[in-house]
Design a binder for this molecule. Structure first.
Ligand SMILES: NC(=O)c1ccc[n+]([C@@H]2O[C@H](COP(=O)([O-])OP(=O)(O)OC[C@H]3O[C@@H](n4cnc5c(N)ncnc54)[C@H](OP(=O)(O)O)[C@@H]3O)[C@@H](O)[C@H]2O)c1
Length: 356
């Protein structure tokens, strides 16, 4: 392509929680793009949304809505992506899809800049997938540690925010908090959240989330695993290029608005001291080492909101497993877990297309 024109970009699902962060991030690099087009369902057609100072009217999704677009960020529910990604790709649009639908397709690269940026250029279907938000929080640190020490296995427990379930999840958490805040809690209800909330607040988490934790993220799969737990395993293997990586994962929803946290027990081919790990993590792309426990410095979701990258702290060499590290990692699930990673991938594609 000649460099006579700038590439045109679309945000598909521009009205959602991820879509809203996408609009903010595109505004920050507005000069890189020609037209910015906003697409959502027919329900949102005609709404006017901001991209920085620009006010842009939302278009209903249709084949024609992709005319003239070079790169499209898809921020849609899985089934809607499944239907519309091929439509856009058939029109020659490079699609970066955040749904789960294409992630494990062998002909669709699953890209995280810190681990496998080269994979973005090999896209036989014109589709690139963006991994799940829990997986993406892990990858920058694991990629750096793997390159140095050889990652053999990991066991992960997650503490995932309500916004991981989109607008609906975030609104449900706030509605529950509001109702609980008006209740006579101590003395009468004794923390009985179900008694205060009744049956109306089981959606979308399957149980109340406020003042609770729910050890189920995603749908049930075989043998008691959830879809989210299997994603952490399968997507980590694919992005890291470690098909035999041993992974155990338990995913838990917690009453946090934004920011997914994880406790990681990672085992390497050889002994890794904290000093070794700190040296590697401090230099790693996409990793902020936030690890000064004596001064109460460690990552927390409330400090991750709006931040790029991933934050890592509480790094310890396991007492009984010298080849293993324990650490705590946090990332804004809407940023590195979704929008920021997709922006970084689009940047790789944009540079490639501009150079062609
Ligand atoms: N939230 C996270 O932390 C996170 C992280 C990584 C990946 N993801 C993935 O990103 C995607 C979007 O998630 P989200 O959390 O932003 O969801 P969300 O807040 O529920 O937003 C969904 C978006 O999809 C649009 N949409 C729904 N049905 C549609 C249809 N039939 N045709 C066209 N547009 C339709 C909605 O438009 P209307 O407003 O017009 O209905 C809205 O813009 C999902 O695949 C999710 O798995 C989310």
């Amino acid at each position: 392509m000649s460099m006579a024109r700038k590439l045109n970009v679309a945000i598909v699902g521009a009205t959602g929680v991820v879509g809203s962060i996408m609009r903010r991030l595109i505004a920050e690099e507005r000069g890189n793009w020609g037209e910015v087009r906003l697409i959502a369902s027919a329900r949102s057609a005609g709404k006017v949304l901001s991209v920085g100072d620009e006010r842009i009217e939302v278009q209903a999704i249709s084949p024609e809505a992709f005319d003239g677009i070079d790169i499209a960020h898809f921020d849609l529910p899985d089934d809607v992506s499944a239907e519309w990604v091929p439509v856009a790709a058939a029109k020659g649009v490079v699609v970066i899809d955040k749904s789960a639908h294409y992630r494990m397709d062998p002909d669709v690269p699953l890209v995280c800049r810190e681990a496998n940026p080269e994979a973005a250029a090999v896209r036989p279907k014109g589709i690139i997938a963006n991994a799940n938000c829990t997986t993406l929080a892990l990858i920058p640190s694991l990629a750096a540690l793997n390159a140095e020490f050889g990652l053999v296995s990991m066991s992960v427990a997650s503490y995932q925010a309500a916004s991981g379930s989109g607008k609906e999840g975030l609104e449900a958490l706030y509605a529950q908090i509001q109702k609980l805040a008006g209740a006579d809690k101590i003395g009468t209800e004794l923390g009985d959240v179900r008694a205060v909330l009744g049956e109306d607040f089981n959606t979308p988490f399957g149980a109340p989330l406020a003042l609770n934790v729910v050890p189920k993220v995603g749908g049930w799969k075989e043998d008691g695993w959830t879809s989210e737990e299997l994603k952490v395993r399968n997507e980590s293997r694919k992005i890291l290029g470690l098909p035999d990586l041993k992974v155990a994962s338990t995913c838990v929803r917690v009453p946090v608005a934004v920011g997914h946290s994880q406790v990681v027990h990672a085992t390497f081919e050889r002994e890794v001291t904290v000093a070794d790990a700190h040296r590697v993590l401090a230099a790693a792309d996409g990793v902020d080492l936030v690890d000064d426990p004596a001064n109460m410095v460690f990552p927390m979701p409330i400090d991750s909101v709006g931040k790029g990258g991933t934050q890592i702290g509480r790094v310890r060499q396991s007492i009984d497993f010298p080849n293993s590290l324990e650490f705590f990692v946090v990332a804004d699930n809407l940023m590195k877990g979704a929008a920021l990673n997709s922006i970084e991938t689009a940047d790789l594609v944009r540079r490639e297309l501009e150079a062609a």
